[in-house]
Write a protein that binds this ligand. Structure first.
Ligand SMILES: Nc1nc2c(ncn2[C@@H]2O[C@H](COP(=O)(O)OP(=O)(O)OP(=O)(O)O)[C@@H](O)[C@H]2O)c(=O)[nH]1
Ligand SMILES: [Mg+2]
Length: 462
């Protein structure tokens, strides 16, 4: 027998059992539904770190015929307390093929095989004595047990529930699988570690492993994000040209390719972040998809930039970056500036100060046939903050997302970037941006300082 702790998550149908399993096993593939009976068979979800299982949770169907089961147990159970689990085993053995008790057989099996009991109730609904039958059956199993109060709705009957559950379970804890974050996960594990002496050590170890894993995910996210920033900001697109001069078609084509590359890099960065946090299958909302369709600088994406018009005006004096700028952003004024950022692709206000004017198109090479057109790096002073604001917002939303949450990730609400624009932060960030804009060589210290700053901001967002 394997020696990692196991827990069976049990209870009434539709009380958030599967949601709790998803949240505690960091696995978003688990079926969760708003109609009772979503989970039909038991299934173990091991939490693996570096190939090693640190604990396993069993998702189970809800009780269906608790009263009948308990009736059977009482009928056959005129035995001392230490023999009661044997009676439950006998029940399961005798009813394995009986369709009537399929759900009870499914949920009791892992417990009889040694799993601890996590009994889940919805404490936003009033307590009712009908739950006592379920709790009695679980008590007969004789396994270490705790109850979880899940608040699915608005109301709060936790006091009544706690009084009742306290009669049956050694520990009663509140846990919200939809909003729980790393800290709450760890707190719950600390309680679970107390349930049985021989589980204390492995669960304490699991806590250490999970804490380390979390820190690693943060660091990997920062690396991913910063590498992406470096890649995009220093991006230079090159293209051969046919004649002495660049034709308008060639220029258009090159610009499109340049934009496409930026979008591809962003997409790649998003995927890497989602993979780090076990959210690879995540669907992003309409706005994000629309953004990909129309491009980074569409009007539709203005709100996702997370930048207010005021924030968009980066003082070129304060950052000492005027030299590298193609246009004086302060002189443009904020309405025009926003237009410049959002209007590039769709035209409109951006025509004059649009995307097109924010990078240089150069022709290099001496002889015909070898001549090249190059675009980039992007000269716009705000461009890095737009990228950074969007990426940090996305990364923090992914990192915070519980694995019990289904449905699209909504990135429309972004109002973030204040942090980026604050004096000290901006100065620190601008050092790297300036170098990338000028295509200067990157020093390790500048990059490290940048990472440190991004990490500080990211942690604040979590
Ligand atoms: N708002 C909110 N919804 C929750 C919470 N927990 C569960 N839900 C929702 O409640 C519904 C049932 O959740 P499940 O996790 O599938 O419940 P279950 O106990 O596994 O249900 P069965 O498998 O049918 O027995 C789903 O729609 C969940 O999204 C919660 O804490 N808050
Ligand atoms: Mg379920």
């Amino acid at each position: 027998m394997s020696n990692y702790p196991k827990f069976a998550v049990v209870g009434h149908p539709n009380k958030g059992k599967s949601s709790i399993v998803a949240s505690l096993s960091l696995d978003s593939s688990i079926q969760i539904g708003n109609t009772p009976g979503t989970t039909q068979v038991k299934r173990g979800f091991p939490l693996k770190v570096d190939g090693e299982i640190i604990y396993e949770l069993f998702d189970t169907p809800g009780f269906q015929r608790a009263r009948r089961v308990f009736g059977w147990l009482q009928e056959h159970g005129d035995v001392p307390a230490d023999k009661r689990a044997d009676v439950v085993s006998e029940f399961v053995f005798k009813h394995k093929e009986n369709e009537q008790f399929r759900d009870e057989v499914e949920l009791l099996e892992p417990i009889l095989n040694g799993a601890g009991i996590i009994y889940v109730v919805d404490a936003s609904k009033p307590y009712g004595a009908e739950y006592e039958i379920e709790m009695e059956i679980l008590r007969w199993c004789g396994q270490p047990s705790m109850a979880i109060l899940n608040l699915i709705g608005e109301e709060d009957y936790r006091e009544d529930w706690t009084r009742a559950l306290g009669q049956y379970f050694r520990m009663v804890r509140t846990y919200n699988p939809m909003t729980a974050r790393h800290n709450e996960h760890i707190e719950l594990l600390e309680s679970m570690a107390q349930l049985k002496e021989e589980w204390t050590k492995p669960i304490k170890k699991a806590i250490i492993v999970l804490d380390e894993l979390y820190d690693k995910k943060v660091d990997e996210s920062i690396d991913t994000l910063v590498n992406y920033m470096v890649e995009v900001l220093s991006l230079v697109h090159k293209q051969k040209i046919k004649k002495e001069e660049v034709s308008p078609e060639e220029k258009e084509e090159a610009k499109l390719d340049y934009r496409k590359k930026i979008l591809q890099l962003e997409k790649k960065e998003r995927q890497s972040i989602e993979k780090i946090w076990n959210h690879s299958e995540i669907e992003k909302n309409e706005a994000t998809l629309a953004l990909e369709r129309v491009g980074l600088f569409s009007k539709e994406s203005a709100s996702i930039f997370g930048l207010t018009q005021k924030e968009l005006i980066v003082s070129s004096v304060a950052t000492g970056a005027t030299a590298g700028a193609t246009i004086d952003l302060l002189a443009v004024g904020h309405t025009m500036l926003l237009g410049a950022l959002v209007g590039g692709v769709v035209g409109g206000v951006g025509a004059m100060f649009g995307f097109d004017n924010l990078y240089e198109v150069k022709v290099l090479g001496k002889s015909l046939g070898r001549r090249e057109l190059t675009i980039g790096p992007m000269q716009n002073l705000n461009f890095p903050y737009v990228l950074l604001g969007r990426s940090l917002y996305h990364a923090s939303m992914v990192a915070k997302r519980s694995h019990a949450v289904r449905g699209n990730l909504d990135l429309e609400e972004s109002t973030f970037t204040q942090e980026l624009m604050e004096g000290e932060n901006r100065k620190g960030l601008e050092k790297l941006h300036l170098k990338l804009r000028k295509a200067d060589e990157l020093e390790e210290e500048v990059l490290e300082a940048y990472k440190k700053l991004i990490k500080k901001i990211f942690l604040k967002l979590l």
